[in-house]
Write a protein that binds this ligand. Structure first.
Ligand code: BGP
Length: 479
């Protein structure tokens, strides 16, 4: 029996702020990612509200997809992509975010990009907001903590839903919305720049604003779902979370409770609101623990209930362990937690766990019973160009092969999985560390962290491998 259903959407994923560049072209406004400097695993990127002369800002040029998209989409087509997940930069459509009319040049750019996908029989899957709020909305309004952002977001959605009607069917509202359950989400997801924050990894936290901002995003997302359906009944809108598979560090009951709590906080809080249309039973406990009082307006909960998503999409890179013992709370990986002694980690400390993906799929499907899409997964690694010009990224193939096998197992377990779009199908800037050195692509881009590189593209070994995976609908994973 086939391991993957017919029509399974194989493809890849990127985000505007990490690949486009052209940060001032076509009338684009400054986004929150445009004010983040380069960084590395050891040196956190900085947030600079005023651009500094002589400082390297990776999003300004990124991999210059703004000028290379036709070539890049043709290469995706060569691999046989059925779907391409990308994001629209809000700042190309509404450069400041609070204008009443959209910027035609921005609308045209994405129209051309979408047409290019369609020309190659690639289904566009669009993330509406992926870590690039217009900076003006941070500066003047305080980011998503301000309720006015709901209306600004709706203007943006109205413009793109109408313009791309009939061409785009799949939409995701907010990238990794549950990133706002943690400290990093203040700025990255919500555009909230608390006083004293300069270091991206160690932001000053304000849980009151963070949870309020998240509430505004829930209302905005639900309104967007309804609007998308109104404009075109065939539109399918998903949410997008980071799924963090969480194991108790030991079988000690306290550790199991700690893991369960972490699961509720991180994996279910947002998903319950967006899929079930209401806050979960444990929400009060979370708000009380943080000393948060939410301002929920009349009608908000009705809006949320009426705007539940059609499917769940999520990113999955790693798992983590949770312990009730504060002394054991080490630096597991980006998700926090404690290292798992049974797993190996990538060079960036992300613990590799294909079984964790199978677990994630079964857990989400059992709890929510809506179709699932894995819209990010992959190995960030240092790639080397050999003397003969090849890039033998067997380690990436090995990572993806195991995760594809895990997806096949989950499907056999009864999960309704529709799509797989590995992250950074073409090398791009890392979101957490702001560097090019951490590469995910099937396509190598000659762009480096000192700003050098001519943006030329070349296929890695994984390019032909993934082509065969798609051709055989996931049956042949050999290299
Ligand atoms: C997710 C983001 C992406 C992306 C990816 C890999 O959190 O949605 O934007 O970049 O992770 O992370 P990184 O780039 O930090 O390696």
């Amino acid at each position: 029996m086939a391991r993957f259903p017919e029509g399974f959407l194989w493809g890849g994923a990127t985000a505007a702020n990490q690949c486009e560049g052209g940060y001032r072209e076509g009338g684009k406004g400054l986004s929150i990612s445009d004010i983040c400097t380069g960084g590395s695993r050891k040196q956190a990127k900085r947030i600079t509200p005023v651009l500094e002369e002589g400082t390297f800002y990776p999003s300004h040029e990124a991999i210059d997809m703004y000028h290379h998209y036709k070539n890049d989409i043709a290469m995706f087509a060569q691999m046989g992509f059925k779907v391409y997940r990308f994001s629209i930069a809000w700042t190309r459509i509404f450069p400041k975010g609070d204008e009443s009319e959209p910027n035609e040049a921005g609308l045209l750019f994405y129209e051309s990009l979408i047409d290019e996908c369609i020309k190659h029989n690639i289904e566009p899957l669009i993330t509406i907001s992926h870590y690039e709020l217009p900076f003006h909305l941070t500066k003047e309004y305080g980011g998503w903590a301000n309720r006015k952002l709901i209306d600004f977001f709706m203007n943006y959605c109205t413009a793109i839903f109408n313009r791309y009607k009939g061409k785009v069917k799949y939409w995701l509202t907010f990238n990794e919305i549950n990133g706002a359950m943690g400290n990093l989400g203040n700025f990255l997801s919500l555009g909230i720049l608390n006083e004293g924050t300069t270091d991206f990894m160690n932001q000053v936290d304000d849980p009151q604003k963070r949870f309020q901002g998240l509430h505004h995003q829930f209302v905005a997302s639900a309104k967007a779902v309804q609007l998308a359906h109104e404009i075109d009944a065939t539109n399918q809108v998903g949410n997008m979370i980071i799924y963090a598979t969480t194991y108790p560090l030991t079988c000690k009951p306290e550790d199991a409770i700690a893991a369960q709590k972490q699961n509720q906080n991180f994996n279910y809080y947002c998903t319950d609101v967006q899929v079930k249309g209401k806050y979960p039973t444990f929400a009060n406990r979370i708000w009380n623990d943080y000393g948060v009082t939410l301002d929920i307006h009349d009608g908000d909960m009705e809006t949320i209930a009426a705007g539940t998503v059609d499917f769940i999409s999520f990113s999955y890179y790693m798992s983590s362990c949770t312990s009730a013992d504060p002394a054991k709370k080490g630096e597991g990986n980006l998700l926090g937690g404690t290292p798992n002694p049974y797993l190996e980690a990538s060079e960036w400390g992300w613990q590799i766990d294909p079984q964790g993906l199978r677990y994630a799929l079964i857990d989400l499907y059992d709890r929510y019973r809506v179709p699932l899409m894995v819209v990010e997964n992959g190995l960030g690694a240092i790639d080397t160009i050999e003397e003969d010009g090849t890039i033998n990224d067997e380690y990436r193939i090995d990572y993806l092969r195991k995760h594809i096998d895990a997806m096949a197992e989950a499907i056999a377990d009864g999960v309704d999985l529709r799509a797989f779009t590995p992250w950074g199908c073409i090398d791009l800037v890392s979101a957490s560390t702001g560097e090019m050195a951490k590469r995910y692509g099937f396509i190598y881009v000659e762009k480096y962290d000192d700003g050098s590189g001519d943006f030329s593209r070349r296929k890695k070994k994984s390019f032909d491998w993934y082509k065969k995976v798609i051709e055989t609908n996931g049956e042949d994973l050999s290299s």
